[in-house]
Design a protein around this ligand. Sequence first.
Ligand code: S3P
Length: 169
Amino acid sequence: MKNVILTGFMATGKSAVGRVLAQRLGYKFIDTDNLIAEQAKKSIAQIFQDEGEAHFRCLETELLRQLENAQGLVIATGGGMILPEENFRRLKKLGPVICLTASPEVILARAKRGQTKRPLLNTPDPLEKITQLLEKRKPFYRLADFTVDTSGNNPAEAADSIFTYLKGA
Ligand code: S3P
């Protein structure tokens, strides 16, 4: 297993779970949003504001191209990275794709608590937006090899069930 990919909607715990999983596997943890922000020298929110979502999506694909020969990584992806077909193909080549899920209410509560600014949820009715986006993205998240609901889980528990899945895969 070259790498492990974590996908799933915003605030489903990809970074928190990814860090624990990386430690258990002896892999290095990376977060695609962080790498994109580092390369662009500005936050994701600022990229959305200055250049728009379409440009951000190009940066996501570009980063995946750069990661083509990556090994020994747990890769937490931005929640929309898996949507374009090219990205999905590239992610699958890198390793098993694990999807984290959570209920819209839990997602909203975590998004409110967290430090990360999420431009897509910057709307008058974020719960409605979450529900809409989840519905639209369901067919893409379903393509993952394994899915874990993190609504009632702490990161260590979710990492444990992924670890168990990976051992048997
Ligand atoms: C996005 C998710 C965010 C970030 C950007 C867009 C999305 O990452 O990439 O704000 O389209 O779902 P997280 O899933 O880490 O919040």
